[in-house]
Ligand binder design. Structure first.
Ligand code: AMP
Ligand code: MG
Length: 344
């Protein structure tokens, strides 16, 4: 299959819309990461997303809309809980995904057989135009091969998906750089399943206390069931081994400079780079979680491309605010391997 590279002009938007309404696969930019989209109401089209990504069929997809009214227009949910309405008012359009009891139009392929559905209204203007051009809601997981970092540029998507999908729409670099916050409102109190740019504190300021699922910050124990199927997979794993080093800047610099061997590299804050005596990849600015979110996946891909890198010593972000999302992705890339430098 020849994968078309499209742009943000009206002609290309209409072309992408036609491919999508005809049951094809198009990678689209959003403010979080690039998504691999198909008509969410067409089970066959959705099934082809799983094949293109090599994604396990038991991992459900997020349905993307371009207007809150799409929820009732397409019967996407059987109940729109009051707290979900409050969150939609405050954070949509934006990087928040809400899980609700699913409506009659949702094919089993989207919900992976669950009785709930995940819905998001992206703020990216081009994403909204593409959903409108398709004329239907779009089911879209991240547009990477399953197990590799989510793509934040059209080039990342092409590296993974060229020849496997109909088209990629190039919308430049994604501003957030990490996937959306996922919260389920199918239970009360609501429960955070995946941290993202919209933080626990922001959500609680609108609907009061929520729970944070154990799997957000900790490794699931053997046999433990994941509330969100995606959390049981070892996501975002680069080829090199990654170890998180928890502690002060001085302790980090000291440890890394004393453990340099061939194939070792650092994934660190920009200010650390000049103090380190080995190959270093940027994890954004220290103390600026949004910049870390923006850099993380691009740096993990750069590490993957560099065959000489075998072991990466990464800074361990504080799991607070947007830092919770950065920590959640990085600790999975590290297979939960964390060294506490203050307690060696
Ligand atoms: P991705 O689209 O690849 O960023 O992944 C979407 C995430 O949302 C995965 O972790 C899914 O397991 C999760 N998800 C989607 N739908 C549901 C649902 N109905 N219930 C629980 N988790 C869901
Ligand atoms: Mg993904």
């Amino acid at each position: 299959m020849n994968t078309l590279l499209l742009n943000d002009n009206q002609n290309d938007i209409e072309k992408a819309g036609k491919i999508l309404s005809g049951g094809g696969l198009v990678a689209i930019p959003t403010e979080t990461v690039y998504g691999l989209a198909a008509n969410a109401l067409d089970g066959r089209a959705v099934a082809s997303i799983f094949r293109a990504k090599g994604r396990p069929m038991d991992n459900p997809l997020i349905v993307h809309i371009a207007d809150i009214e799409d929820i009732s227009r397409f019967s996407l949910v059987s109940r729109f809980p009051e707290k979900a309405k409050l969150l939609a008012e405050k954070f949509w359009s934006g990087p928040l995904t809400m899980i609700m009891p699913k409506g009659e139009s949702i094919p089993d392929e989207v919900s992976a057989g669950l009785d709930t559905v995940a819905i998001r209204f992206p703020s990216h203007t081009l994403a909204q135009k593409l959903i409108k051009a398709a004329g239907v809601p779009l089911a879209a997981p991240s547009a990477n091969i399953s197990g590799s970092p989510s793509p934040t540029t059209a080039e990342h998507v092409m590296n993974d998906m060229n020849g496997r999908i109909d088209a990629v729409v190039d919308g430049g670099e994604c501003s957030v750089g990490l996937e959306s916050t996922v919260i389920t409102l199918a239970v009360d109190p609501p429960r955070l399943l995946r941290p993202g740019k919209i933080t626990v504190e922001q959500i609680e300021s609108v609907i009061g206390k929520i729970e944070v699922d154990d799997a957000v910050l900790h490794q699931l124990k053997n046999g433990e069931k994941a509330a969100s199927p995606g959390m049981k997979y070892k996501h975002y794993a680069p080829k090199a081994s990654v170890v998180l080093l928890k502690g002060s800047t001085a302790a980090y610099i000291d440890f890394v400079n004393n453990h340099i061997e061939s194939g070792t590299a650092a994934l660190c804050y920009d200010d650390d780079i000049e103090k380190l005596k080995l190959k270093s990849f940027s994890l954004g600015k220290s103390g600026d979680y949004s910049s870390q979110a923006h850099r993380l996946f691009s740096s993990l891909r750069a590490i993957d491309r560099d065959e000489s890198v075998k072991l990466v010593y990464a800074r361990c972000p504080n799991p607070e605010g947007v830092g919770m999302a950065v920590y959640n992705r990085l600790v999975r890339a590290a297979g939960f391997e964390v060294i506490d430098l203050e307690n060696l």
